[in-house]
Design a protein around this ligand. Structure first.
Ligand code: KIV
Ligand code: ZN
Length: 517
């Protein structure tokens, strides 16, 4: 059809699948988005999962942006062995020094330096002339290259830049030694056809462009990030920048799971493949959502709870007769196993461990002891424990030695007066008790906790609750976001009793904040 003809690769090229390099920026562009912040342990956990999923490159952070970011990039560089680890740096010596210092311990370090090339960015943000941008590009790519053999250059806001000027910048970066040239659609303004044309134009115009990898980094402001990235693949780009669940600045980045599954499902059309172990997609998505305190919208492509659900009778009938009538990819291909009722009160440690291992969780002995104990407690309240329950239990990551532990609570509530809650917490072997009123039982409980811990300066930014599984004894998972100064922490609580999960989530957040007070 006409779209195919318009987007087909140069007919002179052999129709062989090109291998895509997956560049994950969940921990940099993703994490810098409001509401998506992660602490250093969480970032390392995500980085290790990205490694398990076999992405090629992990952009671990923006080293100069804060001491915390610097430490996280450094820790990830030390923890990850099978992926390239990159740090972002503006095109300045100070940024590049910090980036290299943070990634130099990686098995394969990369400096990713960037400079804007669009008229509006050069004039109002950089206050630089085009000639100065060219000069700075050369000097800073060369400066990076003196540190590190692996250098990526991004022309920020490339898709709103003058193509002729962009071509000169790209040529300059290549002359200075860049290995990868990234063409970002920084503000999510481009269309798939424009993206295709830009990549094709650069490939046709810039000397030596065939010596470097061409990358794209698309934002989703108009909902076209994935389409634009795939269009760039058609035009010959071989590195795709993306983030798990599409998190990132404003409307986010191209979603990793959508790009990977599009390439896998339509390999012949895109003439492309990638290395990612797609069976790790679901778990990675869950992990990231859990850490940032969100759940996937039900209709989210690939990882939403409806993505593989067939409700309409006609669809169910078709799928029962032949799966491919309505399924273009299998749930198993993203690691979504059939939700079995597997374990219960009489299940032993071995069954618990082996089901978790089938779900892709390898626990060490200490984790196994801890989660098995929690599993047993859960069995006293819930008869059948299914895979969702197990995953929620493991993802709940109870703190090892929290400052405050919940001993008990009593609530009195109704619709004719304020609610009252008594909360008892343990701290340093001492039980502390407070009572408080509130606008509902949860507010009363949170006020009582605030009285015990003496907290005044934090705010509850967000509270959400969802059911992990089905049925009356389903586990309710509460996620809260607490903010103090400019730091946000996520607290999670899991229980068959929603007031208890609310208290546990708040306490989990408070215990994280206590470390920052
Ligand atoms: O969106 C963007 O332009 C970026 C660059 C720094 C790559 O995130
Ligand atoms: Zn970006």
């Amino acid at each position: 059809n006409s779209t195919f003809i318009c987007l087909a690769r140069n007919s002179a090229e052999p129709a062989m699948s090109a291998s895509m390099t997956l560049y994950d920026t969940t921990l940099r562009d993703g994490e810098q988005a409001p509401g998506c912040s992660m602490n250093i342990e969480e970032k390392i956990e995500v980085a290790k999962q990205l490694e398990r999923m076999k992405v090629d490159i992990i952009e671990a952070g923006f080293a100069i942006s804060s001491p915390g970011d610097f430490e996280s990039v450094k820790a990830i560089a030390g923890a990850v062995k099978d992926c390239t680890v990159a740090s972002l740096a503006r095109a300045t010596k100070k940024d590049i020094d910090a980036a290299y210092e943070a990634v130099k311990g990686a098995a394969d370090p990369r400096i990713h330096t960037f400079l804007a090339t669009s008229p509006v960015h050069m004039k109002y943000k950089l206050k630089m002339t085009p000639e100065e941008v060219l000069d700075c590009t050369f000097k800073m790519v060369r400066y990076s290259k003196d540190y590190c053999s692996n250098v990526e250059f991004s022309a920020e806001d490339a898709m709103r830049s003058d193509p002729q000027f962009l071509a000169r910048v790209v040529e300059t970066a290549i002359k200075a030694g860049a290995n990868v040239i990234n063409i970002p659609d920084t503000v999510g303004y481009a269309t798939p056809d424009e993206m295709y044309a830009m990549i094709q134009f650069l490939r046709d115009t810039v000397p030596n462009i065939d010596k470097v990898e061409i990358s794209v980094h698309c934002h989703n402001d108009l909902g076209m990030a994935v389409a634009n990235s795939l269009s760039a693949v058609k035009a010959g780009a071989t590195q795709l920048e993306c983030a798990v669940n599409g998190i990132g600045e404003r409307a986010g980045n191209a979603a990793l799971e959508e790009l990977v599954m599009a390439v896998k499902t339509r390999e012949k059309f895109f003439e492309a493949t990638c290395n990612v172990d797609t069976t790790q997609i679901y778990r990675t998505s869950r992990m990231v959502y859990t850490i940032i305190g969100q759940v996937a919208p039900i209709n989210k492509a690939i990882v939403g709870s409806n993505a593989f659900a067939h409700e309409a009778g006609i669809h169910q009938h078709g799928v029962m007769a032949e799966k491919t009538t309505y399924e273009i990819m299998s749930p198993e291909s993203i690691g979504l196993l059939q939700n079995k009722m597997v374990l219960g009160k009489h299940s032993g440690r071995h069954a618990f461990e082996s089901r978790l291992s089938e779900l892709g969780y390898q626990l060490n002995a200490e984790e196994l002891d801890r989660y098995f104990e929690e599993f047993k407690k859960l069995c006293d309240r819930k008869k059948a424990i299914n895979d969702n329950d197990l995953e929620a239990l493991v993802n709940n990551r109870t703190q090892i030695n929290p400052v405050y532990k919940l001993v008990g609570f009593d609530v009195h509530t109704g619709n004719s007066a304020s609610s009252t809650c008594v909360v008892r917490l343990e701290k340093d072997d001492e039980v502390l008790e407070e009572v408080s009123l509130g606008d509902g039982p949860i507010d009363a409980a949170y006020n009582a906790i605030d009285k015990i811990v003496g907290a005044t300066s934090h705010t509850l930014e967000n509270y959400s609750i969802h059911s992990v599984s089905e049925g009356q004894d389903a586990l309710g998972e509460v996620i809260v976001k607490l903010k103090i100064n400019d730091k946000t922490v996520t607290g999670r609580g899991l229980s068959t009793d929603v007031i208890e999960s609310s208290i546990l989530a708040y306490l989990n957040g408070i215990n994280k904040l206590v470390e920052k007070w």
